[in-house]
Design a protein around this ligand. Structure first.
Ligand code: 5AD
Ligand code: SF4
Length: 478
């Protein structure tokens, strides 16, 4: 990376120092006739979406207008994901396409940040092969974005891929999506080191935010009109393990439940080994906690689970599901599954299909294994061909689609409380929202005008379910 200037921090990390850089960029932008346009593209998980809300918040405070495409933008930021190779390939493809934009507008700035950048080989590739990129910064440098941008505006290429320092920087400006849903990170990083996963390497070890800061953020979101809080972390159930004498995750949930104005609380992601009886009891007892759980199983084969370092067997996982369903019979359960993990055989895959039939998830998120540089599984030999993996993957979807459809059909003629999120993107004549279990409901409201439909956003309405598809429900307001 010798052709790039390093902006690695000079020791000062406090947001106060960043506020000075923000003021400098704002001053520059105020001298322009029209506020410059910035486009932030997010790849990957909800944690990245949450990080992008911070980048957008800082951009807004530095005088940028937030645009919804790269076309004509003065600044483009890609906030990237490293979990699977196809997400990385997409970023490289889209970065390549930006060369034309930059040719048309040489003053345009391009930044790439997030998990991909935290991998040395990727940062090096961008440095060598994507010379039109002006800023490269990793997950730990996010809050230093004003400084990075300031240096880039002054004409330098900036790289800030410093490793983790273990700190959590609070009070970074935030530009949230419009109400009713607010995402609130409660912890960063992961200690689990599942053998296929790059997250612990790119996001570092688990660090919990203080309960005080989390609750203050939830309270402020409630005051701004947000009705639903999604608490975020790679493994929310180990919240607080790194803080002395603080709240457990269940304790934190109980505190969030006390906030006036917040009607629904969800969280993700949960590691099955850390789901405690205290959490199950809290979920069952607190009406504001949605009866929905995303509990990644990853595989139904004990042999594969061991090779994945998941630290539970299929029987132990199913025992947790039994406890959860005993306490909350109507809970909506979803999971993640990896197909084609190194060494997985067709017999192992049959075990996974068996687990899907046993668990009867409402929905699954399934992925074909993607080799990640530096993870233990990257060196494990494969048993199945790509063709076999794809065949198994398709079969898994077929099995699950039928289960999902059957589960959704049971909702027909029931009444559900739906939190309306706005007009449907595919059909503006309908509004869309979610049940307590997180199922999408599309609601036709033929008797309501456009303004009346918009006025429903953020409201909890009673809906009779009239139709069921594999991925969603349809209904009418009662
Ligand atoms: N290949 C495929 N899927 C992966 N996941 C994590 N790492 C990989 C990988 N290398 C999946 C897991 C995880 C979800 C967020 O992404 O199922 O739960
Ligand atoms: Fe990755 Fe496992 Fe941590 Fe989830 S729990 S982020 S799959 S290492």
């Amino acid at each position: 990376m010798n052709n790039l200037n390093s902006s690695a921090a000079s020791g000062a990390s406090a947001p106060a120092r960043q506020r000075d850089f923000m003021a400098r960029v704002l001053e520059l932008n105020r001298m322009r006739e029209v506020p410059p346009a910035a486009f932030v593209e997010t790849y990957g998980c909800q944690q990245n979406v949450s990080d992008s809300e911070k980048i957008s918040g800082m951009l807004r405070d530095m005088g940028y207008r937030l645009a919804d495409s790269a076309e004509g933008a003065d600044l483009v930021i890609f906030n990237t994901c490293a979990v699977r190779e196809n997400a990385e390939l997409k970023v490289f493809g889209n970065l390549g396409a930006l060369k034309h934009n930059k040719r048309r507008n040489p003053d345009m700035l391009i930044g790439v940040c997030g998990c991909m950048i935290q991998q040395k080989h990727i940062a090096e590739t961008i440095g060598k092969k994507y010379k039109h990129v002006d800023m490269v910064f990793g997950t730990h440098a996010l809050y230093r974005f004003p400084q990075i941008l300031c240096e880039a505006l002054e004409g330098g290429r900036v790289v800030d891929i410093e490793g983790e320092r273990g700190e959590i920087v609070e009070n970074v400006p935030l530009e949230r999506d419009v109400p009713p849903l607010a995402k609130v990170p409660i912890m960063y990083g992961c200690n689990n080191f599942c053998t296929y996963c790059v997250v612990p390497y790119v996001r570092g070890r688990e660090r919990s935010r203080s309960a005080e800061n989390i609750l203050a953020e939830c309270e402020s979101a409630a005051k701004q009109g947000y009705r639903e809080i999604m608490l975020l972390g790679q493994n929310v159930n180990s919240y607080g393990n790194d803080l002395s004498g603080g709240l457990t995750f269940a304790g934190l949930l109980r505190e969030v439940c006390k906030i006036d104005g917040i009607e629904r609380i969800r969280f993700m992601t949960s590691h099955p080994k850390d789901i405690s009886d205290e959490l199950i009891k809290t979920m069952a007892e607190e009406p504001k906690i949605c009866k929905q759980l995303h509990l990644p199983i990853q595989s139904g084969s004990d042999r594969v689970l061991k090779a994945m370092n998941r630290k539970y067997t299929r029987a132990e996982y199913m025992e947790k599901l039994r406890k959860i369903r005993a306490a909350m019979p109507d809970i909506v359960l979803t999971t993640d599954i990896i197909c084609g993990f190194p060494g997985e055989t067709n017999e192992d895959f049959a075990e996974t299909l068996g687990a899907l039939r046993e668990a009867e998830y409402d929905m699954i998120f399934s992925f074909i294994y993607s080799r990640r540089v530096g993870t233990p599984a990257a060196d494990m030999p494969d048993c199945l061909t790509d063709e076999e993996k794809h065949r198994n993957f398709d079969e898994m979807l077929k099995v699950q689609n039928e289960i999902s459809k059957q589960k959704n059909l049971k909702y027909i003629d029931t009444e559900q409380t739906v939190l309306i999120e706005g007009r449907s993107k595919t059909n503006p004549e309908t509004v869309t929202g979610r049940t307590e279990g997180g199922k999408i409901v599309n609601i036709g409201c033929p008797n309501l005008g456009g303004c009346e439909k918009d006025a429903l956003t953020g409201k909890l309405v009673n809906v009779r379910i009239t139709g069921a598809q594999t991925w969603s429900l349809t209904g009418e307001i009662i």
